[in-house]
Ligand binder design. Structure first.
Ligand code: PEP
Ligand code: MN
Length: 382
């Protein structure tokens, strides 16, 4: 496979390129991704031959040879890391280590509002919460659906948080994309190509948090991201959440080496979900710290005000206090890695400040609350 990045994607230039390549290569796809246009070719010819021939055309910016099943997420076509501005001053893939937190599932308005305000006060930037829940058993609670999306989006906005929620099938994509800021694709759908394509061609181009399939290789994971990118949606965030495991100690297995490996292979931002990887709350702080140190761009963490009474995934949910300790600890660790974690913002329940008015401190000043961080030390070490 080879890929041509065009300087000028006008149709006349595309025709010239096509004519020049035609005898030797087949055009697979033309993709417009943000400000770039790429033409993907399949060819049996030696790379140097077509590179020489195509590089001299006026519309061609660069020509790349790719030997992986993924192309658009590859660093071969874009060397700088992608920074995704998801709104409200939150840029994933920037120096900010962005933490998304909240319950596994939306239960009640009070539950989501309580958790939202608390995680915001601890420095989270995005509120998570499933409304459409993929469950192993068809007889388990399946999520509150559209009502759940409303509750999440309302609570998130009131607390000054962006929101992320899962869509499990094509029919849910529009509802999730219009209700919240980030659409999540869960591990069960990590290789659901028709869903990924539907998200890729959705006109709203929602930011997508794409979880790695439970049994997917890294190549398959990045190729899944390409299914979304190929539709013209450049707003993809990768999320590692562990793969199948034979250990009794954790729910799945998260290889920390995958983080730097992905940073080498792809320009896309990388999040880690330590909660679903661990399955037990006492493992979450150490895995979160490891993710930060290994170069992840942020975390997706399950938090509940009453984990023992949570409808779904209580054992892996941090308490509000445990989350606050972890955030203080991450805030101390981040500067060593050239990053920063947002300070917490306490919102009055009835008079919440819009995000634009918040004074978000930058890393040099953002030392967090050292005393609180030290109190959280034991949980981190556990
Ligand atoms: C979730 O984040 O709610 C979830 C179901 O995660 P996963 O798809 O990683 O199991
Ligand atoms: Mn969960």
């Amino acid at each position: 496979m080879f890929v041509v990045r065009l300087k000028d994607p006008s149709s006349e230039h595309l025709e010239t390129l096509e004519a020049e390549a035609a005898p030797h290569a087949e055009i697979v796809r033309t993709v417009r991704l943000a400000d770039d246009t790429f033409v993907l070719f399949r060819s049996e010819e030696a790379p140097d031959r077509w590179r020489d021939r195509l590089s001299s055309l006026p519309a061609v910016d660069s020509v790349h040879s790719v030997d992986t099943p993924y192309v658009l997420s590859s660093r071969v076509i874009r060397d700088q890391r992608t920074r995704l501005d998801i709104g409200k001053d939150v840029v994933i893939g920037s120096e900010e280590f962005v933490v998304m937190a909240g319950p596994c599932t939306v239960e009640t308005e009070t539950q989501v509002a309580t958790i939202a305000h608390s995680v915001r006060a601890s420095g989270a930037r995005v509120l998570r919460g499933g409304a459409f829940k993929p469950r192993t058993s068809p007889f388990s609670f399946q999520g509150r659906g559209l009502e759940g999306l409303d509750i999440l989006s309302h609570a998130g906005r009131k607390a000054g948080l962006l929101q992320v929620s899962e869509a499990m099938c094509e029919e849910e994509v529009g509802d999730v994309a219009s209700a919240v800021d980030i659409l999540q694709v869960g591990m069960r759908n990590g290789l659901n190509y028709s869903l990924l394509e539907a998200i890729g061609r959705h006109p709203d181009q929602p930011a997508v948090l794409l979880k790695r399939g439970i049994g997917s290789t890294i190549d398959e994971f990045l190729a899944a991201a390409d299914y979304i990118l190929a539709g013209g949606n450049p707003n993809v965030i990768l999320c590692l959440r562990g793969t199948v495991d034979f250990s009794k100690h954790s729910r799945s297995s998260l290889n920390v080496a995958d983080i730097p490996a992905l940073r080498r292979l792809t320009h896309l931002p990388i999040l880690v979900d330590p909660s679903h990887a661990a399955g037990h709350r006492d493992l979450v702080p150490a895995m979160s710290a490891a993710a930060l140190v290994a170069g992840a761009d942020g975390l997706l963490i399950e938090v509940h005000h009453e984990p023992d009474r949570a409808w779904v995934d209580g054992p892996q949910s941090l308490t509000l206090e445990g989350f606050s300790h972890l955030m203080n600890r991450l805030r101390l660790l981040a500067p060593a890695m050239g990053r920063w974690v947002a300070p917490g913002v306490v919102c009055e329940t009835d008079s919440l400040h819009p995000m634009e008015e918040l004074d978000l401190e930058k890393p040099s000043r953002d030392r967090g609350n050292d005393t609180a961080a030290l109190q959280g030390h034991e949980e981190l070490q556990a």
